[in-house]
Design a protein around this ligand. Structure first.
Ligand SMILES: NC(=O)c1ccc[n+]([C@@H]2O[C@H](COP(=O)([O-])OP(=O)(O)OC[C@H]3O[C@@H](n4cnc5c(N)ncnc54)[C@H](OP(=O)(O)O)[C@@H]3O)[C@@H](O)[C@H]2O)c1
Length: 288
């Protein structure tokens, strides 16, 4: 059995589907009770909060693997992550997969990502088989443009021409699914502690992303470049203040390591990472 936190979220939703399709029993954790979802074979919804280890004891009962993703302000503060790892260990969990960030590796002093580094340290210190995923920016951050594309056919975003290899969250979920599942019968090695840097197949700028959505819609989409200050105000509406400056640093002035394409998705999955056009095509309804 595999316990998935953030099961209603960007990565978690796809991860639950991938695991159940592969025949795994999943406990899908959400802070809110879920009605009518128990009908999905292989999935049991459980109330819990990844930021409150005591609430995770019941969802972890019987689990062999745990997926950890930090939603919202959990990226900024919360209880000692060792408590969650201890609860997992006590429950008999053997494998843990954590969604961290590329920035944990590229900017090891960045205050914006201190909390993710704390989780990484706790996962490593747990002694459990661990996989730390360090994704770059998500393709799905373009959902932030959905309202103004729908209503004004316009994208408002900063750093129009700074290209980064954004990753499809479905690829993050696929890598997580592989790391969470037991090795095939007779499989050996490969377990221990590993870090994967997850990016898309090529750098793509916000202006180019808007053009890809425009082409998929078959309609013109105007790009309006925001100043850093305007972008700060927009991000601070839904992101912890601590994370905003760090995020804008990466978006506006990426280090060479942040612009680089990683081969880890292809190595783990045995197929190339998905590009932005594929993500946009699957999610076009949000922009119509
Ligand atoms: N977006 C990027 O470009 C990017 C890049 C690199 C790394 N990351 C990292 O990836 C992780 C995933 O980020 P995400 O934004 O995509 O997560 P998300 O999927 O929006 O959030 C996952 C789930 O967490 C649950 N949750 C638990 N406590 C929460 C809280 N206090 N506030 C909000 N949600 C909470 C929510 O489920 P319930 O409501 O059902 O409980 C939510 O669906 C983060 O750690 C982020 O730092 C993101």
């Amino acid at each position: 059995m595999i316990t998935v936190t953030g099961a209603t979220g960007t990565i978690g939703r796809t991860l639950v589907d991938l695991l159940t399709e592969a025949g795994e029993e999943v406990v899908a954790v959400s802070r809110r009770p879920r009605q009518g979802s128990s009908a999905v074979p292989g999935v049991r919804w459980a109330e819990g909060h990844v930021g409150d280890a005591a609430s995770m004891r019941a969802p972890l009962t019987g689990a062999r693997a745990l997926f950890i993703v930090l939603g919202g302000e959990l990226n900024a503060f919360g209880e000692n992550p060792e408590l969650l790892l201890r609860a997992a260990s006590d429950a008999g969990v053997e494998r843990v997969v954590l969604v961290s960030s590329q920035v944990s590796g590229t900017r090891p002093e960045a205050p914006s990502h201190a909390r993710l580094r704390e989780f990484e340290a706790a996962v490593r210190a747990s002694g459990l088989d661990s996989t730390i995923l360090r994704p770059g920016g998500f393709a799905s951050n373009a959902f932030a443009w959905a309202d103004t594309i729908r209503t004004k056919r316009t994208v408002f975003a900063p750093f129009a021409d700074v290209a980064l290899p954004v990753v499809d969250p479905a690829d993050i979920a696929a890598v997580a699914a592989k790391a969470l599942r037991p090795l095939p019968e007779g499989g050996s090695g490969g377990r221990g502690s590993r870090v994967y840097e997850l990016t898309g197949p090529e750098p793509i700028s916000p202006r180019r992303q808007a053009a890809v959505i425009s082409a998929a819609l078959g309609e013109e989409v105007t790009f309006v470049e925001l100043s850093r200050e305007e972008a700060h105000a927009a991000l601070a509406r839904f992101m912890p203040e601590e994370a905003v400056a760090g995020t804008l640093d990466v978006l506006g002035a990426p280090l060479p390591a942040e612009s680089k394409v990683s081969t880890d998705v292809a190595t783990v999955l045995g197929r190339p990472a998905g590009g932005f056009a594929g993500w946009a095509g699957r999610n076009l309804a949000a922009f119509r």
